[in-house]
Design a protein around this ligand. Sequence first.
Ligand code: ACO
Length: 428
Amino acid sequence: MSDNQASLTAGGKTIEMPVNSGTIGPDVIDIRKLYAQTGMFTYDPGFTSTASCDSAITYIDGDEGVLLHRGYPIGQLAEHSSFMEVSYLLLNGELPSAAELADFSRTITRHTMLHEQLATFYRGFRRDAHPMAIMCGVVGALSAFYHDSTDIADPVHRKISSHRLIAKMPTIAAMAYKYSVGQPFVYPDNKLSYTGNFLKMTFGVPAEEYEVIPEVEKAMDRIFTLHADHEQNASTSTVRLAGSSGANPFACIAAGIACLWGPAHGGANEAALNMLKEIGTPDRIQHYIDRAKDKNDPFRLMGFGHRVYKNYDPRATVMQSTVREVFAALNVQDPLFETALRLEEIALSDPYFAEKKLFPNVDFYSGIILSAIGFPTTMFTVLFALARTVGWVAQWNEMISDPGQKIGRPRQLYTGPTARDYVPVSER
Ligand code: ACO
């Protein structure tokens, strides 16, 4: 085996496969010719060892707890940057100049309104519909409202639809919330920042002036930044797979939202807060730790563990300090924060969690902050989807612009019946 070749002996044949290196991270064995050369597939359910694409957007080293966007560490971005700036970075590859940032923010601001007929669309949902169900439906429906930006072969269309998606997500999310509480929709206000505008559309009412609290705006913006992208996770891979068939970007992002909804992915922030509420006080923690360790109990510590991070999720560190900032700004306390801190402490000193390398992930503390700001738990995953839209859009654009892009089409290990003859119903 040479430095950049891997050899494999299978089915009585030895074949050589190229080994490709990225800028950082593990090398990959290019197995694309494997089937043609051996008649065999590889088998990797859950993609634990399979790279599905080249990407220059986000890098994660799960063992070291590193997350880089276009090379910049998430801790630095969360502390010094803003969601708009990080969005520009993810989409364009470089941090913007002051003029580029102003221009990008203006463009996004100008696209925040929704087609007025979409308000009627909302009214078709039950008032108690989960806002993620509404978001899936409304985002999918955008393709029926914005026909002029669905030609994916046209870079201008792709740019406009990307800007529309990023800009309209806060409006869609806020309207889903307003609909569920029976309050009138609040129109976007172009004087405000992306995040301030979202807070106003969510918590403002036409009867009163809405004052954005700067500390809350900053915390919310940071939460959006922390969720902006995360490499080839389940929902991003869903967006890429949907997009690989040539589907329009609105439909692809709706597919990503559907995947994000699950409790093993974006739904974990809702599940984590519900779990903390169920645990209640620190004296009940041990019981839940014991349940999480019990092989016969399906219970898992929500907000704990990650497919990629086998170390502290760097986003969880920032999230934990943001809880304190929000509590100070709003002058509130939440005993669940004490329960969460204690739970983390007990879990991290337990050999079960140490051996399996289970650490708090981004969702462990985010629910406590969002709850203090005033969001009901059903909105948590919606906020995640709002922020992740920029990552999805950046990854979708990267895929579509790749001249070697193909439709995604995994293979399988078939375990069903072999060929057999049809038997008429009268003879069965
Ligand atoms: N509590 C208790 N045990 C756990 C937990 C947990 N939260 N997570 C994993 N384990 C155990 C599993 O039981 C398994 O044990 P075993 O080897 O004895 O069978 C082992 O750790 C490995 O777990 P897997 O499920 O195989 O790991 P996988 O990479 O497939 O799953 C996942 C990762 C889905 C995130 C998992 O850790 C989990 O369900 N966590 C809780 C849900 C959650 O917080 N999800 C949010 C992820 S972050 C995000 O999407 C933004």
